[in-house]
Design a protein around this ligand. Structure first.
Ligand code: AMP
Ligand code: MN
Ligand code: MN
Ligand code: MN
Length: 277
């Protein structure tokens, strides 16, 4: 069997459930031969993941998923082959993680005002290097205060709900530059998940390319054939390579399984070529 590829995964350094070593062990079980760890706004798990990959004979790509903004929308940029120790990158992540801690604390205050155990929920979330709303949602679900993690988002945490607090994420262009400064290449994450018209998505991809972006996620778990076709058309138009990943967060979610086949649409350069692989 051809080795699988996964260039978009999360560990417990952000909102994944597995430690980097456990993530790698699962990847090995699933036949993954090329793996990137791409936690939200931190590369902290990469050294552990690299060591575990060496033990399992998996080729490892150190990565990150930076949170950015473009025209007041939240946009995610995956960085691949980054050197997380470079000072500009480390400083960027430190600023965003501080923003995340402040945001989680502000959300927790709102939840407390609504009679929920905000302080305890915040303490759990703040134990992660990159605290997220997903931590708070899991805490609400674990206490029986929401019937599912999804329900916690719907009732409390998504935009327009009582616990929602926005954030001023760094500009898309800054996120891309930060990845380049760390020696890596930038990939626009999950283009099908931004709720914008096709015309606006084309402008976003154009802005990403102009900022120095290299790739676009074209084979992501949960992407339908129509989504993939539209994204592939944009990748060809802007000469972007195609990336492959799952956006894996936890083993219990069958719709985001770890490890994917390396197949990409026709006339698309695989991102592996841009990684020198
Ligand atoms: P944050 O970056 O703090 O806004 O947290 C968002 C994280 O929560 C994302 O990275 C997703 O993994 C997860 N998430 C966002 N929206 C939902 C949702 N509706 N249901 C379940 N998980 C979600
Ligand atoms: Mn996440
Ligand atoms: Mn994302
Ligand atoms: Mn992700």
């Amino acid at each position: 069997m051809e080795p699988r590829v996964d260039l978009h995964t999360h560990s417990h350094c952000s909102d994944g459930l597995l430690a980097p070593g456990a993530l790698v062990a699962l990847a090995a079980q699933r036949g993954v031969g090329l793996l990137a760890l791409t936690d939200h706004d931190t590369a902290l798990g990469c050294e552990q993941a690299r060591a575990a990959c060496a033990l399992h004979g998996i080729r490892f790509v150190p990565g990150v998923e930076l949170t950015g903004s473009w025209r007041d929308r939240e946009i995610h940029v995956v960085g691949l082959n980054i050197d997380g120790a470079r000072p500009p990158f480390a400083a960027h992540c430190a600023r965003v993680l501080q923003l995340r801690r402040e945001r989680v604390s502000a959300i927790a205050q709102r939840l407390s005002q609504a009679g929920l155990p905000g302080a305890a929920l915040a303490a759990e979330a703040l134990a992660a290097a990159a605290p997220t709303r997903a931590h708070l949602a899991r805490g609400l679900h674990a206490r029986g205060l929401a019937s599912s993690v999804q329900a916690a988002f719907e009732r409390w945490l998504k935009r327009g709900r009582p616990g929602y607090v926005g954030a001023q994420w760094p500009a898309l262009e800054l996120a891309v530059q930060c990845i380049i400064d760390a020696g890596g290449i930038a990939v626009l994450a999950h283009p099908h998940r931004y709720r914008v018209s096709h015309g606006v998505l084309r402008e976003l991809v154009g802005a990403f390319k102009a900022a120095g972006g290299t790739g676009l996620e074209l084979s992501l778990a949960g992407m339908g054939p129509g989504d993939a076709d539209r994204a592939a058309t944009l990748a060809r138009r802007f000469d972007l390579a195609g990336s492959i990943g799952s956006d894996f967060h936890e083993p219990g979610l069958p719709w985001r399984p770890l490890g994917r086949f390396a197949k990409l649409p026709e006339r698309i350069t695989p991102i592996m070529a841009r990684l020198g692989l």
